[in-house]
Every structure is written in structure tokens, then in C-alpha cells.
Ligand binder design. Structure first.
Ligand code: SAM
Ligand code: SF4
Length: 362
């Protein structure tokens, strides 16, 4: 057995082991990917679940240094879908038997926004006879708000930690109360306490990020006992402060490779969680998401935002699918998933198995 095979035989992986796995290249990397495929086959099987993604507004009160829709980017044209546009997208997801929906937007915390989301959640539940599962990804809120939205029908929440290295977190966000690392952690704790299937994630290939940071990110996910992870490559955006470091970044191809290594390693570390094949993978490689599905991911989020607004939810450069209709998106994704040797499961929520093993009395 070579060094990688010996690591992959272990029951507990050390931080050094994780660093080795995440940074693999060439033939040894294939050994990692094969092992992740084996683990996925035994635990979560061949199934892939959909979440129709509705990016319903790019209005944001925050200024994250990496994000194209940050408040201070005056070059972004702001939009806010109407309730009927959002509900139409939900109907589309229901009729297409997606099983689940994700509502995502920039961060807003005002009472009108909170109430509006509550009403929309109830309407989506009602139009789908309670059959559409709902994930939300609406940033940092109070525990009361998380509870209110949970009571209205959301049952999964995605809030990325972005990086578990506090110093790096403070480098990629403004250093103020509105962008605090501690607050992000406490929001994740609130989400778990309320009872959401709790998802987090990181960006891979950030300026100044090391393999050790990425190993710590995986350890953070494991220690936090998360149910779902959505992580993908960081991709620079010209009208953001982090763009000035563009010459210090790993090449895009390496960011993609390491992102897939992270997914494969996480599948081995947390065999029964849900892992998303994120859209940013596809921005680098047309087959980026399929590569993720093949090597450990089991969730895909087809974009069902009305086409006329997709170009304004530009978090990073080369965002894919901005001019395809929801129908085109679905057809194209179905074929791609089959190409990856996986099976699309329609009409089911595809909840995280980990959530139920963590809450055995449910
Ligand atoms: N506002 C909510 C939040 O921040 O949680 C949800 C929407 S936000 C656009 C969703 C995710 O987009 C963030 O968690 C971040 O990881 C990702 N993102 C933003 N800018 C990115 C970039 N330049 N490259 C890759 N991912 C990016
Ligand atoms: Fe706003 Fe989320 Fe972008 Fe930060 S990552 S600027 S909170 S949309």
C-alpha cells in the first residue's frame, strides 16, 4: 500500500492526513476519488436530489469583500422579484417534481422582509399541498426570525461559514459588527437549536487560504455536526475589493481540483450528510458539477430564477446558465447527471440522512 492508501484505511483522519488528501494531484488523487465513490455508494447510494434555486433578490445590506452583489457595488442593477414571480417559480418546481426549493437572496433583516418571507413560505407550502421541501439561504438573522420561518414551513437552512479561520474571515469581510465571525457561529448554533437541517460551507482558493485552513474547515464541519454542505471554488469578481489579489490566486483549474478533493474527503469524513455540487464548479468547468456528483456530492440546485434577472445575481465572473430558461436548465441537468452515472430522484425531499441519525428520536 502506498501512503495515500494507508491514510484511507484509517478510521480517524488527523489534520495532517486531511491536508495530504486535500492537496493531492495526479495518480494519487484518483485513489482518493475512488475511495469517495465507494463510500458514497455504500452510504447515500447513486441518488441525486434536486432543489430548484430561486435567487429572488440581489439587494443586500452587507459588504462581503468577495461578492459581486455586495451593497457597495454600484454597478449592479438591483432587483426584487414580485411575490407572484417567486410563487410561479415554486409552481414550476412543484410541477417538474423537483421535490424541493431553495429561496436565496442578499441579506436583509427588516421586519417587512421577515414578514414577506414568512408569507411566501406558507404560500409555497399551500400551493404544493405541503409537498415541496423548502431550504432557505437568507444570511444572518435572529433566533426568533429563524424560528418564525421554521414555523412557516422552511426546514433546511444554508449559511456558509465561508472560512473557519477567523483571521482569514476578517480579511475577506469588513471588520465591523455587521460582519462578525462570532455572530456567524452563533447563527449556525441557533439554526441547529431551532431544528433546521443545518448546512454550511466554505469558498476554496481564497486569497491567503492554505491547505491547512481547508483541513480546518473540514474539521469545523465535522465538529459542528452539520447536516449539509455547499462548498465551491472562490471566483474573483472585478467590482469587489478582493479582486486586487487576483494574481495571487491558484489557477482556476487547481481551485476546481481542490474543490473536488474537498468534496471527496468530506464524503469520507461525514458519509451520510448531503453535499451540494455547487454552481461555481460549473463556472470553471462545464462538467464541474458532474465531477462533484461523481466523487461525493448528491444534491444539485438547478437555477429556476426568471431568466430576465439572472444576469443581475452575478456573485462572480462567468456565472453559468444566466440566459437559459428553467425548462432548458432542467433538461440539460438531467442529461448531465446521467452522464455522471447517477440517478435523479424526483418528487422527494432528499433530506440529510445525517440529520435523522443525529436526532434519533425523530
Ligand atoms: N446572502 C446570503 C449569504 O451570504 O449567506 C445568501 C446569498 S450569498 C450570495 C451565497 C454564497 O455565495 C455565499 O455564502 C458565498 O460563499 C458565495 N459567494 C459569494 N461571492 C462569491 C465568489 N466571488 N465566489 C464564489 N462564491 C461566492
Ligand atoms: Fe450579501 Fe451574501 Fe453577498 Fe455577503 S455573500 S454580500 S451577505 S449576498
Amino acid at each position: 500500500m502506498n501512503e495515500i492508501e494507508i491514510i484511507l484505511e484509517k478510521t480517524t483522519l488527523s489534520k495532517d492526513d486531511l491536508v495530504t488528501l486535500i492537496s493531492l494531484e495526479g495518480e494519487n488523487r484518483n485513489i482518493l476519488l475512488k475511495k469517495a465513490q465507494l463510500v458514497a455508494g455504500k452510504t447515500i447510494g447513486n441518488n441525486v436530489y434536486y432543489r430548484g434555486l430561486v435567487e429572488f433578490s440581489n439587494i443586500c445590506s452587507k459588504d462581503c469583500f468577495y461578492c459581486g452583489i455586495r451593497k457597495s457595488n454600484k454597478k449592479t442593477e438591483r432587483y426584487n422579484l414580485s411575490d407572484s414571480e417567486i410563487l410561479d417559480a415554486a409552481k414550476f418546481a412543484y410541477k417538474s417534481q423537483y421535490g424541493s426549493l431553495v429561496l436565496q437572496s442578499g441579506e436583509q433583516t427588516n421586519p417587512a422582509f421577515i414578514g414577506r418571507i414568512g408569507k411566501l413560505l406558507k404560500s409555497i407550502k399551500s400551493l404544493s399541498n405541503g409537498q415541496l421541501g423548502i431550504t432557505i439561504s437568507l444570511g444572518e438573522q435572529t433566533e426568533d426570525t429563524y424560528q418564525y420561518w421554521y414555523n412557516c414551513g422552511a426546514h433546511r437552512y444554508l449559511l456558509r461559514i465561508e472560512t473557519s479561520n477567523k483571521t482569514l474571515y476578517n480579511t475577506i469581510h469588513p471588520f465591523d459588527d455587521n460582519h462578525s465571525f462570532e455572530k456567524r457561529i452563533s447563527c449556525l448554533q441557533s439554526l441547529q437549536k431551532v431544528g433546521y437541517q443545518t448546512g454550511t460551507g466554505v469558498m476554496i482558493g481564497l486569497p491567503f487560504q492554505t491547505y491547512e485552513d481547508l483541513a480546518d474547515d473540514l474539521i469545523f464541519m465535522k465538529n459542528f455536526d452539520v447536516d449539509m454542505v455547499g462548498m465551491g471554488p472562490y471566483i474573483e469578481h472585478e467590482h469587489t475589493p478582493l479582486y486586487k489579489y487576483k494574481n495571487k490566486l491558484w489557477p482556476l483549474s487547481r481551485r476546481l481540483e481542490v474543490a473536488i478533493n474537498m468534496i471527496a474527503t468530506l464524503r469520507i469524513l461525514m458519509p451520510n450528510i448531503n453535499i451540494v455540487a455547487s454552481t461555481a464548479l460549473q463556472a470553471i468547468d462545464p462538467l464541474g458539477r458532474e465531477k462533484a456528483l461523481k466523487n461525493g456530492a448528491n444534491i444539485i440546485m438547478p437555477n429556476i430564477t426568471p431568466t430576465n434577472h439572472r444576469k443581475d445575481y452575478l456573485l462572480y465572473e462567468n456565472k453559468p446558465c444566466i440566459d437559459e430558461s428553467a425548462n432548458d436548465c432542467t433538461n440539460c441537468i438531467n442529461i448531465r447527471i446521467e452522464m455522471a452515472g447517477k440517478k435523479v430522484v424526483l418528487g422527494q425531499w432528499g433530506d440529510s440522512k445525517h440529520y435523522f441519525s443525529r436526532n434519533k428520536n425523530l
